[in-house]
Design a protein around this ligand. Structure first.
Ligand SMILES: C[S@@+](CC[C@H](N)C(=O)[O-])C[C@H]1O[C@@H](n2cnc3c(N)ncnc32)[C@H](O)[C@@H]1O
Length: 218
């Protein structure tokens, strides 16, 4: 069991990044501007995750996508770029300052028409969506204690071949530390434990970056 993974050293991580589609000037500039915000820039998804989200949107032929947690827009641009020509992405966030950066880069990427940013608690935004199963791709990367609630709103709205992607499911390894009883850690642990038993779905957890879980309806 334990010989089936390769520990990702910094050098090997650079190798992974070098063998993915490189971020273009828009994403590179966005990453640099986000890095200037300081430690909270760690919230941005990793380069290979951006490439993966674009790829996933493409293979799904996604037209309708929802993002919960947009920050400065890196994952949103990655998703929107993979959508079909008539596709649309709804972004949910509460922070005006960070999403103002996202809006600038959406425009620069030529994606302003294809992305709607809704400011307000994501749970309210999701509950206000039509209850029809129309979402082809959802990316969940906001406040961890609400992951479960986001899941329960997204699942009935997921198209038959749609996929929900949860980010940070390993929570930097904290899921394994029983002494960590923080709300976020407990919420992620509980969601991880319930998804493998949830008969409504098939869920696959992968050690990409801080861990991602992909969910589809059975
Ligand atoms: C980890 S960051 C998202 C990073 C983003 N996906 C990226 O790649 O740059 C989490 C975001 O969730 C937002 N957020 C936190 N609580 C929220 C809530 N209740 N509703 C909507 N967004 C929320 C924060 O404002 C923050 O921008």
């Amino acid at each position: 069991m334990h010989d089936k993974f390769t520990t990702l050293t910094p050098a090997l991580y650079e190798y992974v990044v070098a063998h993915n589609p490189p971020p273009d000037a828009v994403l590179r500039d966005l990453a640099a501007e986000t890095a200037a915000l300081g430690p909270l820039s760690l919230m941005q998804i990793a380069v290979e995750q951006g490439a993966f989200l674009t790829f996933l949107a493409r293979v799904l032929g996604a037209r309708r996508a929802v993002e919960v947690g947009t920050f400065t827009g890196y994952s949103a641009i990655s998703i929107a770029r993979g959508l079909e020509p008539d596709g649309h992405l709804l972004c949910c966030d509460v922070n005006e300052e960070w999403t103002a950066i996202a809006r600038r880069y959406f425009a620069r990427a030529g994606l302003a028409e294809r992305i709607t940013l809704r400011l307000g608690p994501a749970l309210d935004t999701l509950r206000a969506l039509p209850s029809t199963p129309a979402i082809d791709l959802a990316f969940v990367d906001a406040d961890k204690p609400n992951y479960r609630a986001y899941y329960e709103e997204l699942l009935p709205r997921l198209a038959p071949r749609g996929v929900i992607v949860f980010d940070n499911v390993l929570w930097m390894g904290q899921v394994l530390d029983p002494a960590d009883t923080a709300d976020a850690t407990q919420a992620i642990r509980a969601l991880n434990d319930s998804l493998v038993r949830d008969e409504r779905v098939e869920a696959v957890m992968l050690p990409v970056s801080d861990g991602i879980t992909l969910v589809r309806r059975r």
